[in-house]
Write a protein that binds this ligand. Structure first.
Ligand code: DMJ
Length: 625
């Protein structure tokens, strides 16, 4: 239809509005939109919008965004679009789909499959209850069928065994665990640790407001010792009272090894979904720590109420901390189907592989900003320790396919042998600390784990070094035993020296304490499994007796302030690693080799067993656990 232009005539719109009315209507509409939009920012939980508009922070290398790219959102955000389009990888970043492919080829994702029940409109069904489900399921029975041994071992003839000394010893250690747990439960349930003298709980500030460190650290030990009622108490607490919606500054390393490690192993041992879901959700809360120019995480992550936060500033990251995430993070990817976790630790590995190392040694401090070493202090004890442990354990956990980890481990060990290993005038082998070429002839209690580590890695070393490594492991373990044997309590000091004619003893009171640490009995356990030399059980039993005599109090076990005193003062702290590690390693020392067999499991640095990634189908038939 032709509209004739008539002066002064304004044509009506198709809706019957004249132009000025239309203009006014549009003005009103845009005002309304602006108002609503602004109001959204004022809402207390507008984190999704904030994230959309704070892209520079959240879309830095990885973070949860990586999960979204690959179509796996953070567990806390369960609203995936249908068939999310893969975004192009940032320059220099791995293509997530390639990474997923690689992980599947390596078997790490082979056993996961998307389940995601969908409602109309392709929204994932509401979780029931909200925290208790994730979008991926894990073929738990398939995993169990691939284990080579029953988790709790093949029982021997129990009537015969009941006569044996070793059974009585194991029962004693079980009693110590029950005692530790029951006192914790009675006086400190829900707090991070028990204070046995004051009979109350210790919360501390290491875990960013998370609670129940002792509970999470104890789960697998309770399971292993078949303390069934106690395990159910611990599980019920995790289900009902372990809240992740906390805010505070947390140590990435400690949360990873204790909480994530504890939850992962509890899941692998029991198949209970609650452990898997909480491990994944907690893992996501750690991701902001990786938001650095190098991808080397900062040591501290600030949990903001909700599911994300930011890492604090800090000049250097610690080798043992950022180097001890690999095992847990691969399992987080395995159990969530989300490649982001594996991607983070593969990047750490890449940085460490490529950086120049002084004499092949790894210094303890690295700048997460520049990717350079911050100072040249090298130690197999505190600050360095579990980085080396995670290299050899990555190799073992990958069912001996991760040759990069293997090569890095043996190269590092060669450098340690060359520059740090010494023999004292009295014939004790020890691993010194290195400060820019100058040696401190000192070993920390923490460094005593290395006897076990070297024993564990001996079998896969070059043939001409295997016997040497076995002997080195035995000698270091003997030295650590000497540090115990030379004290009045028969427990070892925090650090001991080899100088001025004194060997394997602390030289000052500030190094003379013992806080229920596990490293020495950890090495006894590995050496026992490797050699079956009865000396390791003898030495382990000496520790049990010393713990009973000096560390047991009316309401739990406590560290002591001076191992060289016949009547030492207590430090009023039952460390969570006493239940996670010390008692577990002691119990395993007096168990058969197929209990948590080293063919099936690697222990994280907090002694939480994580399964070896067996990818073939050979399995045990009809096992009992
Ligand atoms: C534990 O938390 C872990 O073993 C860690 O690797 C080092 N320190 C303590 C126990 O001593």
């Amino acid at each position: 239809m032709l509209v004739r232009k008539v002066p002064g005539f304004v044509p009506a719109s198709p809706w019957g509005l004249r132009l000025p009315h239309k203009f006014l209507f549009l003005l009103f509409l845009s005002g309304l939109v602006t108002l609503c939009f602004g109001a959204l920012f004022l809402l207390p939980h507008s984190s999704r919008l904030k994230r959309l508009f704070s892209a520079s922070r959240t879309q830095q290398p990885g973070l949860e965004v990586m999960a979204e790219i690959a179509g796996h959102r953070s567990v806390s955000e369960q609203e995936p679009p249908p068939n999310p389009a893969p975004a192009a990888p940032a320059p220099g970043e791995d293509d997530p789909s390639r990474l997923l492919g690689a992980l599947r080829r390596k078997g790490w994702l082979r056993r996961t499959r998307p389940t995601g029940p969908r409602e109309e409109g392709n929204r994932v069904a509401a979780l029931r209850p909200q925290e208790e489900s994730v979008r991926f399921s894990f073929d738990y029975s398939g995993f169990r069928s691939r284990l080579r041994h029953p988790v709790l071992g093949t029982r021997t003839d129990e009537s015969k065994e009941s006569q044996s000394l070793v059974r009585a010893q194991r029962e004693k250690i079980k009693e110590m665990m029950r005692f530790s747990w029951q006192n914790y439960r009675r006086y400190a349930m829900g707090k991070n640790e028990l204070r046995p003298l004051t009979k109350d709980g210790f919360q501390g500030s290491m875990f960013g407001g998370l609670s129940g460190a002792t509970i999470i650290d104890s789960l697998d030990t309770l399971y292993l010792m078949e303390l069934k009622e106690e395990f159910q108490e611990a599980k019920a607490w995790v289900q009902d009272s372990f809240h992740l919606n906390v805010s505070g500054e947390a140590s990435l390393f400690e949360v990873n090894i204790r909480y994530i490690g504890g939850l992962l192993s509890a899941f692998y041992l029991t198949g209970e979904e609650v452990f898997r879901v909480k491990a994944i959700k907690l893992g996501e809360k750690l991701l902001p720590a990786f938001n650095t120019p190098t991808g080397i995480p900062k040591g501290v992550v600030n949990f903001k109420s909700g599911s994300w936060g930011w890492a604090t500033a800090g000049s250097s990251s610690i080798l043992a901390e950022f180097g001890s995430l690999h095992l847990e993070f691969l399992h987080l990817t395995e159990l969530s189907g989300n490649p982001v976790f594996a991607e983070k630790v593969r990047n750490i590995r890449k940085v460490l592989r490529e950086i120049d190392k002084p004499f092949g040694l790894y210094p303890n401090f690295l700048s997460p900003v520049s990717g350079n070493w911050v100072q040249h202090h090298v130690s197999v004890g505190g600050l360095g320790d579990s980085f080396y442990e995670y290299l050899i354990k990555s190799w073992l956990m990958s069912a001996k396919t991760d040759t990069e980890a293997k090569n890095m481990y043996y190269e590092a060990l060669e450098a340690i042998e060359t520059y740090l290993v010494n023999v004292s005038p009295g014939g004790l082998t020890y691993i010194a600390e290195w400060r820019g070429g100058i040696l401190d002839h000192k070993m920390g209690h923490l460094a005593c784990f290395s006897g076990g580590m070297i024993a564990l890695g001996a079998e896969d070393a070059k043939e001409d070094k295997r016997a040497y490594y076995r002997e080195l492991a035995a000698q270091i373990t003997r030295t650590c035993h000497e540090s115990y044997a030379r004290s009045d309590t028969k427990l070892g000091p925090e650090a001991f020296w080899f100088n001025s004619g004194r060997e394997a003893v602390a030289t000052q009171l500030s190094e003379s304490y013992y806080i229920l640490r596990p490293e020495v009995v950890e090495s006894y356990m590995y050496l026992w499994r490797q050699t079956h030399d009865p000396i390791y059980r003898e030495w382990g039993w000496e520790v049990v007796m010393a713990l009973e005599k000096h560390c047991r109090t009316e309401a739990g076990f406590s560290g002591i302030q001076d191992v060289y005193s016949n009547n030492p003062n207590h430090d009023n702290r039952q460390q969570s690693f006493f239940l996670a590690e010390t008692l577990k390693y002691l119990y395993l020392l007096f168990s058969e080799d197929d209990v948590l067999s080293l063919e099936d499991w690697v222990f994280n640095t907090e002694a939480h067993p994580l399964p070896v990634n067996h990818s073939d189908s050979s399995s045990i038939a009809g096992h009992r656990h």
